[in-house]
Design a protein around this ligand. Structure first.
Ligand SMILES: [Zn+2]
Length: 371
């Protein structure tokens, strides 16, 4: 057998290895679930450092857009300096703004193993849009989607110390370099989700359409683990319209129902352990036992990604909350126990996804972390 044939066979064997699903998945212990923080006062609508600064109109091309961007950049720069930041700028005309090119900017905050080469890590991808709807005049969009953005900032903070510990330990042991182990996380804060006039395929999703297109046409170097940034997305978890009381988030997508069930199990366990504040009539994730799926028809930022084969978990209530696209969608109409519970549930889901039982705090360390 020639060396060439051997290397081809080796490549095929490796490739076979790569297409296997990630198998390492260990549920968080009860002890770890208890340590997942809620964000507390940081979600306060007047003074909380996560949410209050973005409870303003944030339409693309207006000063509020810049305020929101600075808020995100400042938070990551000061609290999570290990996270990289990438800007994805695009422009487009809209049916409401004539010939003017409106600037849209998606922000991507990413934490991945320090040893990875380009295209090597698989990335849990947590997503919300930060723009607000242009009408009615003065619209804030608290559930749509200031609160989801703030929740994701909090989740990033929750993950950071465990991710850091995990990467440090793996570096010390010389681990890494396999698909399962090279896990990271990225937060996509997308611009231009809202229509400027009325929702159509071209008047909506300005940011997500531009980003999905760009990533599809940005191949990684030959022999990279993943062929482009879309391919690196292990799960695209989209949060939208979250923060009203009594949400029911259906399981929309059969192929990722297993991930939905994992999150529903976390919610159920946290409720039974008394770790959640809200007492809804139904669980937030009420369809863990669903068997029959129909196309949902709920159009959102996941669409350009899902159309390109990215796995999606869509966290949006159905029916939509009653404040949807009304002036009442403001800070005062948020249900704070629900906001904090989403922060806990999504935080625990992300910790579990990233296999953080490997760095579970033990004994006194766990008790200390709780305080
Ligand atoms: Zn909206």
């Amino acid at each position: 057998m020639s060396g060439h044939v051997i290397s081809v066979l080796l490549f095929l064997a490796l490739h076979q290895l790569l297409v296997l699903p990630v198998v390492a998945y260990t549920a968080l212990s009860d002890n770890f679930l208890k340590l997942v923080p809620s964000g507390g006062d940081d979600f306060d609508i007047d003074n909380g450092k996560l949410l209050a600064p973005i409870l303003i109109p944030r339409v693309a091309g207006t000063p509020g857009q810049t305020v929101a961007q600075k808020h995100f950049l400042n938070f990551f720069a000061t609290e999570l300096p290990e996270w990289s930041v990438e800007w994805y700028n695009s422009t487009s005309t809209t049916p409401a703004t004539g010939n003017r090119q409106i600037p849209f900017a998606n922000l991507v905050f990413k934490r991945e193993p320090p040893w990875v080469r380009e295209g090597q890590s698989n990335l849990l991808t947590l997503v919300a849009h930060y723009d607000s709807k242009i009408t009615p005049n003065g619209f804030i969009g608290a559930i749509d989607s200031a609160a989801p953005c703030a929740i994701l900032m909090h989740v990033a903070r929750t993950l950071d110390k465990y991710v850091t510990q995990m990467y440090d330990e793996m570096s010390a042991l010389g681990e890494g370099g396999t698909v399962e182990m090279d896990m990271g996380v990225q937060i996509l804060l997308l611009d231009g989700e809202e229509a400027f006039q009325s929702w159509t395929a071209t008047d909506s999703l300005y940011g997500s359409r531009a980003l999905a297109e760009l990533w599809e046409s940005s191949p990684h170097p030959a022999m990279s683990f993943y062929r482009n940034p879309l391919d690196q997305i292990s799960m695209f978890v989209l949060l939208d319209l979250l923060g009203s009381a009594n949400p029911i988030v259906p399981s929309y997508i059969q192929t990722t129902h297993w991930a939905y069930k994992n999150m529903a199990t976390i919610e159920d366990r946290m409720r039974k352990l008394g770790l959640l504040e809200s007492s809804p009539k139904h669980p937030f994730l009420a369809e863990a036992k669903k068997h029959t799926f129909y196309p949902s028809g709920v159009d959102d930022d996941h669409r350009p990604f899902m159309a390109r084969g990215v796995p999606v978990l869509h966290l949006i209530p159905s029916p939509f909350p009653s404040v949807w696209h009304k002036m009442e969608d403001d800070g005062a109409h948020l249900d704070m126990p629900t906001v904090r519970d989403w922060a806990r549930i999504v935080g625990a889901f992300a910790l579990e996804w990233l296999d953080m039982m490997e760095v579970e705090p033990k004994g006194d360390a766990g008790a200390a972390a709780l305080s």
